[in-house]
Design a binder for this molecule. Structure first.
Ligand code: FES
Length: 187
């Protein structure tokens, strides 16, 4: 890590509000509650804790784990690092994107799913890799990822599964082969 970047990180980690609370910890609490950092909440907190809005944003934008945009209840991450790329991660990401109706970096309209693509998750032996709500799934192909989501959605339950089934049906009508396969499996 470059010296300047490291120094910035130290500064950001040491950033405290006037009552001595770590700003990073405070933002983590907000993100846990809302799933992202809403601007109105940042404004209120800045005012209440004696910080400027700019100071809040400087920390919020430094860490990739913070999001300034609403995130879905379920977080799906596909890896596009070199090892995953050479083993076909692009097709896997495309399939996930088609199935959920959301592009990498976005969140589905119903607020259920967020899709992120990252460079190397540190488990290259399992390439191509997909992470669903923190669970790692290796050796993915477009067909396997479709089957995986069927399994995962049994765990996600209720509205999520219904919402996903609706997406699958719509995608099947639109001609997505994996969605057709899944819709067929349901009958
Ligand atoms: S390149 Fe995907 S886990 Fe390393």
């Amino acid at each position: 890590m470059a010296l300047l970047e490291k120094q910035m990180q130290v500064d950001q980690e040491n950033f405290t509000t006037r009552n001595g609370q770590s700003l990073v910890a405070l933002l983590q609490e907000v993100q846990e509650q809302y799933n992202y950092l809403p601007e109105e909440v940042l404004r209120e907190l800045a005012c209440a804790r004696g910080l400027s809005l700019m100071e809040m944003y400087s920390v919020a934008t430094f860490y990739k784990s913070f999001s300034l945009q609403p995130r879905g209840r379920h977080k799906i991450v596909t890896c596009t690092g070199t090892a995953c790329h050479v083993r076909g991660s692009e097709k896997v990401t495309e399939e996930v994107s088609r199935m959920l109706g959301v592009k990498p970096g976005g969140t589905s309209e119903d607020g259920e799913y967020s899709l992120e693509s990252v460079n190397c998750l540190g488990a290259c032996a399992l390439a191509p890799l997909v992470v669903v709500d923190g669970e790692y799934h290796g050796n993915m192909t477009a067909a396997r990822v479709a089957a995986l989501f069927r399994e995962q959605l049994k765990k996600m339950k209720g509205q999520s599964a219904e919402s996903f089934d609706k997406v699958i049906e719509e995608k099947a009508i639109a001609g997505c082969s994996c969605a057709r396969l899944l819709a067929g499996e349901k009958n």
